[in-house]
Design a protein around this ligand. Structure first.
Ligand SMILES: [Mg+2]
Length: 123
């Protein structure tokens, strides 16, 4: 079953409001995102490629998945409480990203050139 961002946001907000978590301090939610991002980062620390994730135990996969949800939980609440509809802005942003990062560009070469010259021709 797939859910839209709006459906997930609705569930998160309903969960929070049922517990009286309303009118939260935005900086507290932002800090919670950073903390959850650090917890997510622990799963990636010292790993050099994604092959290590293919063979992870179900317990580790669940733990990793829960950290992504923790980040989304706070991120979507912060956006909702700030009056930001992520779906709306995703749809507005994607065409801009398509314009900025054109298909067919050799990003490997561009990054090598940037490291060699310090001049960024991509952005
Ligand atoms: Mg967590």
């Amino acid at each position: 079953m797939s859910k839209s961002i709006q459906e997930i946001t609705h569930q998160i907000v309903e969960f929070a409001e049922a517990r009286g978590w309303k009118n939260e301090n935005p900086s507290h939610l932002l800090n919670a995102i950073f903390i959850e991002m650090a917890e997510l980062g622990e799963h990636y620390q010292w790993k050099n490629d994604f092959n290590k994730f293919k063979d992870m135990s179900e317990e580790d996969r669940t733990s990793l998945g829960f950290e992504f949800v923790d980040v989304i939980f706070y991120l979507f609440r912060l956006a909702h409480n700030s009056g930001i509809d992520i779906e709306e802005y995703f749809d507005k942003k994607l065409p801009k990203l398509n314009e900025k990062f054109k298909i067919g560009t050799d990003y490997g070469k561009a990054h090598k050139d940037y490291r060699a010259t310090g001049k960024n021709k991509l952005y």
